[in-house]
Design a protein around this ligand. Structure first.
Ligand SMILES: [Mg+2]
Length: 436
């Protein structure tokens, strides 16, 4: 095959892949697990990730826990802790972003980075830059990474897998073909089972066979665009751009408020909650985010805490919609004749306003139609002061003046949290620098 380019890296793309990521995070967080066979997924009865030590025992992903315990009683089974995994993922993205803003957060344990043109800045070759980032990731996170350098994403994926675990492989454009020779076509990133079967029928079984086909062959066999891109990248070209959007900076929005004196009055407690819902939604609108799920809680005078989690049928930051849902479930949490002192709402699973939502009943369209009204409310509240326009349901809470207190002195917290916040776990995490 003619090399696509005489230059080694017309584009320089890195792919980072955390080794046995979930199990490695567990080992990084808990020194007692290091060097031991660890399996995650204890809560679902089958292995989701295995530490290198567990893999060496011949255990595989998806294996039932019962079987694992029978085969290897020494294996340590832990429950999945997705909060911790996503915090580590964010740290990984943040570290790579120190070197280049061109980072694609591909999955919880993988990312791509485009370092084209950065050799001068770092006074290093592309391979050296790749190794430098790899070293920093491993030192900061305590996890090893498979890293690949290539002229594109498809080949960078092949490179990072080449030497696992903890390997670094650089594949310049003119050497790509040597890595494709013995690679089954089905193992190429983006080639699914049905495409693999279709290519087999055309006599193509290895990645190299596909890469050496010409344009005429692609046309004659009606190869669709995504596969043409793969074909082009297997030849050392660049077709698949990095997707640079990241919506990891906000996981959930929480608004809580304590009032005095404590009350038994259902309508008042609900009004307090309504006010929190309004301000949480205003905040979400400020970030152009919409929650897909919410939870609310009530706290009694005796600090008894009851909470209720609800899924939204369509992502929305319209307080009226969320309030309707909360009202419908309010009595699951509210117990009559008990004194309440605090209410709170959490907007969860935030997605960007522009994100396409599919629904059966056209609710997404209704949400979009109401958006101009909310935008108008936001601009009025911005111009004439907070709570100029409010929901009638919030009126009782807004008009409530606390004894011995100015209204603006009341306890009100507003925080931005990582998703599925679990304080307990956050404390366990070693401090490893600032998370974006
Ligand atoms: Mg991985």
């Amino acid at each position: 095959m003619q090399p696509f380019s005489i230059r080694s890296y017309p584009r320089a793309i890195l792919h980072f892949d955390g080794d046995s990521f979930f199990a490695s995070v567990e080992q990084a967080m808990n020194h007692r697990l290091r060097g031991k066979p660890v399996v995650t997924g204890g809560e679902r009865g089958a292995a989701t990730a295995l530490s290198i030590e567990a893999k060496r025992l011949g255990l595989t992903r998806g294996m039932p826990m019962k079987q694992i315990r029978e085969l290897c009683p020494e294996v340590i089974v832990v429950k999945s802790d997705y909060t911790a995994y996503s915090i580590y993922a964010r740290r990984m993205y943040a570290i790579v972003r120190r070197y280049t803003p061109m980072v694609e957060e591909y999955s919880i344990d993988e990312c791509f980075a485009d370092i084209t043109g950065l050799r001068g800045m770092y006074h290093r070759s592309y391979a050296q830059i790749g190794e430098m980032i790899k070293r920093e990731l491993e030192e900061s996170l305590g996890i090893t990474f498979g890293v690949g350098l290539a002229p594109n994403k498809v080949v960078a994926k092949i490179a990072s897998k080449h030497r696992k675990p903890g390997g670094f492989t650089a594949i310049p454009a003119k050497e790509v073909h040597t890595f494709l020779q013995n690679m089954p076509i089905g193992q190429v990133w983006g080639v699914g089972y049905s495409m693999q079967m279709a290519l087999h029928k055309l006599g193509v079984t290895t990645a190299l066979q596909f890469a050496t086909k010409d344009e005429q062959w692609l046309r004659a066999n009606k190869i669709a665009k995504p596969y043409r891109e793969i074909w082009w990248e297997l030849r050392g070209g660049f077709a698949k751009e990095l997707s640079l959007t990241h919506n990891d900076d906000i996981g959930s929005i929480i608004k809580t408020r304590t009032f005095a004196p404590p009350t038994r009055e259902r309508a008042f407690v609900l009004s307090q909650l309504s006010k929190n819902i309004e301000s949480a939604c205003a905040k979400a609108r400020g970030h152009h985010m919409r929650p897909r799920a919410v939870s609310f809680f009530l706290k009694t005078q005796d600090f008894i805490y009851r909470t209720c989690e609800l899924d939204l049928s369509v992502a929305t930051n319209d307080p009226a919609v969320i309030l309707r849902l909360v009202e419908a479930h309010f009595d699951r949490v509210f117990v009559p004749n008990i004194l309440y002192r605090t209410t709170g709402i959490t907007l969860r699973n935030l997605v960007e306003e522009g994100a396409a939502t599919l629904d059966l009943f056209g609710e997404a369209q209704v949400v979009n139609e109401r958006q101009p009204i909310l935008t108008a409310v936001d601009s009025l509240n911005k111009k004439y002061g907070k709570e100029t326009v409010i929901l009638a349901a919030s009126l009782k809470a807004v008009n409530h003046l606390e004894p011995n207190k100015q209204r603006n002195m009341t306890t009100r917290t507003s925080k931005v949290h990582l998703p599925l916040e679990q304080r307990k776990k956050t404390i366990d995490l070693p401090y490893l620098g600032r998370v974006r």
